[in-house]
Design a binder for this molecule. Sequence first.
Ligand code: S3P
Length: 181
Amino acid sequence: MSKKHPEEQENIVLIGFMGSGKTSVGLRLSYKFQKTVLDTDKLIESREGRSISEIFASDGELYFRDLETKLLKELAQRLHNRILSVGGGTPLREENRKLLKEIGTVVYLRIRPDTVYERLKGDTVRPLLQTEDPLGRITELLDRRKALYEAAADVIVDVDGLEMEEVLERIAAGLRKKEEQ
Ligand code: S3P
């Protein structure tokens, strides 16, 4: 049997910091590769019947992180031919990084703090950015997370200054290259 291209049959997992474009890139990839897109934040919100902000406020971040891990375990059992976009903090746990790799080819949308800030200033739905100094917070979080995102990734695409089409082309090229390895 001939080997299938990852973009034909496998899951593609999008990781990256808040504002890196996981949701919009996921939607476009879903058209490009004819795969349905799923988003772990949205799944968690619909199962819990409340927003991420409400979950953080009532039950705390750790409760939310446990929900993420539980969901990834479930998805690792049953997901095929999908684009999966996950929350910005999902790859921080080692267990999650393993699960993400089990689920599919992991594409990291890498972004600089200033680009995140430009895209998300005024954001009110991300609990971790509700602070006096969002740029400082973004810089600090990205600094802490950088190596973990890289460890989780099979393909890395730097998105700063790129149009959506270029991002999509670089992802497709990265997936082809990964497959040739
Ligand atoms: C988080 C990112 C958010 C959401 C939650 C925590 C993070 O998802 O999961 O607010 O820790 O970076 P997006 O990356 O989709 O904004």
